[in-house]
Design a binder for this molecule. Structure first.
Ligand SMILES: *[C@@H]1O[C@H](CO)[C@@H](O)[C@H](O)[C@H]1NC(C)=O
Ligand SMILES: *[C@@H]1O[C@H](CO)[C@@H](O)[C@H](O)[C@H]1NC(C)=O
Ligand SMILES: *[C@@H]1O[C@H](CO)[C@@H](O)[C@H](O)[C@H]1NC(C)=O
Ligand SMILES: *[C@@H]1O[C@H](CO)[C@@H](O)[C@H](O)[C@H]1NC(C)=O
Ligand SMILES: *[C@@H]1O[C@H](CO)[C@@H](O)[C@H](O)[C@H]1NC(C)=O
Ligand SMILES: *[C@@H]1O[C@H](CO)[C@@H](O)[C@H](O)[C@H]1NC(C)=O
Ligand SMILES: *[C@@H]1O[C@H](CO)[C@@H](O)[C@H](O)[C@H]1NC(C)=O
Ligand SMILES: *[C@@H]1O[C@H](CO)[C@@H](O)[C@H](O)[C@H]1NC(C)=O
Ligand SMILES: *[C@@H]1O[C@H](CO)[C@@H](O)[C@H](O)[C@H]1NC(C)=O
Length: 488
């Protein structure tokens, strides 16, 4: 069972964005007065573009080392000069180097209990206040405005930061943020249907059909020892398959299919292993191009096609099915997915995956065995963050690519005049937060233009509300225009 598909894929790019690494002491527990402990929260800062009273662009870090997000959020670097902005990327507690109990952070429930989205948001509010206090230049303003940015779970945090703490951030760009991927808000089958549609339509021949057939066939073939040995060889696995490995094997295979859909970008990107442009299309060309005559040739063809993902460098010796795809903060996210971020997923005959029902009891039991904590309320985030009832919010842009499975839990229509939804039909997982690229589809360029005009409005409203004369005197607003192509 895909207990949790890591929300964000952490892939390294060839570009290197530069910044300075800093740490700040933050309270371990923001909500009690009986615990005085603090820990060091890491953040990255770049003040090269910060001029006058320019805003702070604040990335609300998600489930991984913060450098990964800095390296894959080129959009902020691209537009910072236009806005004279200070750039900050904050690391989420319990990920990367931000470990409240060091290497013992995951060792017991008493340590892990401080890993919640509410504590993380309070960390960000604390850091924002520190930044505003230490980055104050003008006699006209007591503080500079802050805009939140985030992708995926980070996008959920950016949106929630604005909802919960509107005095701390003037607005939020929430890219591919599945704030509605919770029980009671979104049918559990939607996610896998989107993945299947991406495969169904990637090339002329329906590439989801052979995949849909494959699950039963693989179970059948691996039911005996000869079959296990055959598949071990055919799929170039590192260690011989045992009966107890079959579920892991199928999970590894289905995770690769999901991951390729998420990073189905129009240009090559680097994950743990590098990927070509449009990995799904490449996979499907390879799969549908092979001669399939019987069960074994179908499984062989799939094994060969998977090399698009596992062996694009041609340097992979063998496949380790225990190596889940590169989400660095796997332990932390697994705990979050067991406590607060329970995102129901299921499969049925309308998608290409193996049948799987959503069984909260079973899920919760597995979590209890692993972490020693039991969540009985899968709908807690609805109480915490309002579910679909977010009309009281303001100044948030939700963007979603329709090729992205996570759009299943996204906000796909406008909520109000200040809570907007931007659709990127040709976009995969938060493509709009990546730096400009000559292969960007028109829809992502337009989405970025929408972001820029929203940010412009939020911060000009802020400056204007503080001092109308200051606003008129300020020269830099005149230059806030955004022309795609400047940064390529
Ligand atoms: C800020 O980022 C720009 C663009 O990557 C880089 O050229 C500059 O050196 C960085 N500045 C600092 C202080 O890291
Ligand atoms: C990165 O920024 C630091 C200052 O923060 C600077 O010393 C260094 O030269 C920069 N490196 C590059 C490659 O721009
Ligand atoms: C927290 O710090 C205050 C002031 O130093 C101290 O009086 C108090 O006993 C501390 N509380 C705990 C629970 O350590
Ligand atoms: C954890 O950190 C402590 C103190 O730095 C060290 O002594 C210990 O060897 C570390 N344990 C592991 C498993 O890395
Ligand atoms: C596997 O498939 C073959 C032929 O398709 C069939 O004869 C056999 O009974 C199946 N074995 C199992 C274990 O389902
Ligand atoms: C995967 O890991 C489990 C437990 O760590 C081990 O028993 C199994 O042999 C591994 N499987 C493969 C194919 O490496
Ligand atoms: C990767 O590609 C190379 C070159 O084609 C091949 O020799 C090797 O077996 C492949 N490895 C895997 C795991 O597919
Ligand atoms: C999947 O489940 C549905 C409903 O339980 C059932 O009708 C269908 O036959 C199952 N499909 C497969 C391929 O097992
Ligand atoms: C939301 O409103 C904006 C501005 O009017 C519009 O450009 C956009 O297409 C709307 N979004 C959706 C999903 O309809």
């Amino acid at each position: 069972m895909r207990l949790n598909v890591a929300l964000v894929l952490l892939f390294r790019e060839i570009f290197c964005y530069n910044y300075t690494t800093k740490f700040i002491d933050v309270p371990l527990d923001h909500f009690s007065f009986t615990n005085n402990a603090t820990f060091k929260l890491k953040y990255l800062i770049n003040d090269s573009f910060w001029i006058d009273d320019g805003p702070i662009f604040f990335y609300t870090g998600n489930e991984g080392a913060v450098e990964t997000f800095a390296e894959n959020t080129g959009f902020i670097f691209d537009i910072a000069p236009t806005f004279n902005a200070l750039i900050v990327f904050a690391e989420h507690r319990y990920y990367g180097a931000t470990l409240p109990f060091g290497n013992a952070s995951f060792s017991n429930p008493g340590h892990l209990g401080f890993l919640t989205s509410s504590q993380a948001l309070a960390d960000y509010v604390y850091l924002i206040n520190h930044l505003q206090t230490t980055h104050q230049r003008s006699e006209y303003l007591s503080k500079v405005p802050v805009v939140a940015f985030g992708g995926s779970y980070g996008g959920m945090l950016a949106a929630w930061l604005r909802m919960k703490y509107p005095a701390s951030v003037v607005g939020a760009i929430a890219a591919s943020a599945p704030i509605w991927q919770f029980q009671g808000l979104t049918p559990c089958e939607n996610f896998n249907r989107i993945v299947s549609n991406v495969y169904k339509t990637a090339v002329d021949d329906d590439c989801s059909a052979p995949i849909q057939k494959s699950w039963k066939i693989i179970r059948n073939i691996t039911a005996n020892d000869d079959g296990k040995a055959w598949l071990t060889k055919a799929w170039k696995l590192c260690s011989p398959l045992k009966s107890s490995d079959i579920d892991d094997l199928l999970e590894w295979y289905s995770e690769i299919l999901v991951n390729m859909a998420m990073v189905n970008y129009p240009y090559p990107t680097k994950f743990l292993a590098p990927l070509p442009a449009f990995p799904v299309r490449n996979f499907c060309y390879k799969l549908t191009g092979e001669k399939i005559t019987d069960d074994k040739s179908l499984v062989t063809a799939i094994g060969n096609a998977l090399e698009i993902y596992t062996n694009f460098t041609k340097a992979t010796k063998c496949n380790n099915i225990n190596q889940t795809a590169a989400s660095l903060g796997e332990e932390g996210w697994d705990f979050q997915a067991c406590t607060e971020m329970i995102m129901p997923m299921c499969s049925d005959d309308n998608d290409m995956f193996e049948n799987q029902s959503w069984d909260f009891k079973k899920y919760s039991d597995k979590c209890y065995t692993k972490w020693g904590v039991r969540q009985t309320n899968a709908e807690l985030p609805i109480l915490e963050y309002g579910g679909k009832d977010i009309t009281a919010a303001s100044n948030i842009v939700f963007s979603n690519g329709l090729l992205d499975p996570w759009s299943s839990g996204g906000v796909l229509s406008n909520i109000s005049s200040t809570v907007s939804s931007v659709i990127i039909p040709e976009g995969a997982h938060h493509l709009d937060l990546r730096g400009e690229n000559r292969n960007d589809p028109k829809s992502v360029i337009e989405a970025r233009q929408f972001h820029v005009s929203s940010i412009r409005k939020w911060i000009t409203d802020f400056y204007y509300s503080r001092d109308k004369n200051y606003f008129k005197k300020s020269i830099f607003f005149n230059k806030i225009t955004y022309t795609h192509g400047n940064n390529i």
